[in-house]
Design a protein around this ligand. Structure first.
Ligand code: DNO
Length: 389
């Protein structure tokens, strides 16, 4: 009997992506993870636009399996005035996607900033480049660029000392680069401004962690009917990195957070995107323990590795190297997948900028060759674990 394999997927930013759908085919993925990044957050995605993207993907012989992301507008996360009408828009977008047959949706509930790194070209010994997160660089930005009140209270003394040294040493260009990197978010969407970030930090301070948790539950309850009626599965992406930064609350970082989210709206549509790189950035997270509590609700996976140092800084390592035990993760994921009628899609999350891609302009983390390597390694790992086809 043929064994259940995970669906090999690939993030594609759309026609502007320097990695073409032909490249994706050559890498061996069969399904695409995509989003209509050009539509401003909060607006309804028209059926015609969804169909057009779907057609482009299908014309290349691929399928559109997951939407990553339908972004949750800040007004929903903070539940301010516009939230009620924005929820109506969100629901309409879900209906429209479902009417086109696209029913797995990834989203996050991270305040203001999506994933955060302090460097996008951290050079590894072999010359490849990786994404990097360094606490003293974050502190440097926080203290001297953002100038957040009481920021110094959030960092250990060694980190503050290092940040002060860097402040004396960094050139204006280096400071500007650091600022851009932190504010960037998704490459094809616009970066946030310092003013907006400061204003949002004040709003989230007011709201607090519990307030944000309640707003997530409110959001999930609001969309529950539409998801159930249309067979939509929502998958929350873990916080990246999985701890508070810049004074912003975090609610999807640890095992308890996921237990809270899944129990809070205990319905099958309420699922998780199991992102090993995000969760693995915290030494406190036991990934297999987290997987065991969420596994039935995992409808999407991001497989990536990280290498941490003693100070909690980390770079993105090769997919089969680093602090995440990818072998054990794959064993657990494959076992769960074996019981599924619909295989779980996974994508090699990020990849090093390497070989020819070092000379190209690529989306940070999303160049072709590093991900191709990651995908090849992961599919081989899976096949070995399954013991054949
Ligand atoms: C980073 C990605 C995230 C993810 C969103 C999901 O590379 O994994 O940006 O797409 O957080 O909403």
């Amino acid at each position: 009997m043929k064994k259940n394999r995970l669906t090999q997927s690939w993030r594609w930013y759309g026609p502007e992506d320097p990695v073409s759908l032909q490249d994706v085919k050559q890498a061996g993925a069969t399904s695409i993870v995509s989003a209509l990044h050009y539509i401003p957050h909060g607006e309804v995605w028209p059926v015609a636009d969804i169909q057009q993207r779907k057609q482009q993907i299908e014309d290349a012989g691929l399928t559109w399996s997951v939407v990553e992301s339908v972004p949750v507008h800040e007004a929903i996360k903070t539940r301010t005035e516009a939230a009620d009408s924005l929820i109506l828009n969100y629901k309409q977008t879900l209906r429209n996607l479902a009417s086109c047959g696209i029913k797995t949706v990834c989203y996050n509930f991270m305040p203001v900033l999506d994933w955060t790194r302090t460097q996008l070209d951290y050079e590894l010994k072999n010359g490849a480049k990786a994404l990097y997160f360094n606490w003293s660089d974050l502190a440097l930005f926080d203290l001297f660029v953002l100038k957040r009140t009481d920021a110094a209270l959030d960092y250990p003394l060694e980190v503050l000392a290092e940040a002060n040294l860097k402040y004396k040493r960094y050139t204006a260009a280096e400071m500007a680069m650091l600022t851009d990197t932190i504010l960037m978010g998704i490459p094809s969407e616009k970066a946030i401004s310092l003013e907006d970030l400061n204003a949002s930090i004040a709003i989230y301070k007011q709201l607090g962690r519990q307030g944000l948790q309640q707003n997530l539950l409110w959001f999930l309850r609001e969309i529950a009917d539409v998801c159930e009626e249309n067979g939509v599965k929502m998958t929350i992406h873990p916080d990246d990195p999985p701890y508070p930064i810049l004074g912003l609350p975090r609610i999807a970082s640890r095992k308890e957070d996921f237990e809270f989210i899944l129990a809070g709206v205990n319905k099958p549509f309420n699922g998780v995107c199991f992102c090993t790189g995000s969760l693995g950035a915290s030494p406190d997270n036991d990934l297999l323990a987290i997987f065991s509590v969420v596994k039935e609700r995992v409808y999407f996976a991001h497989l990536r590795n990280v290498k941490r140092d003693d100070g909690g800084n980390f770079y993105e390592a090769d997919h089969l190297d680093g602090d995440v035990d990818m072998y054990r993760v794959m064993v657990a994921l494959s076992a769960e997948n074996a019981s599924r009628a619909v295989p779980i899609p996974f994508r090699p999350d990020h990849g090093h900028q390497m070989l020819d891609d070092l000379h190209k302009t690529t989306n940070p983390g999303y160049s072709a060759i590093g991900r191709l390597r990651g995908l090849a390694e992961l599919r081989g790992l899976e096949l070995g674990i399954l013991g054949g086809y």
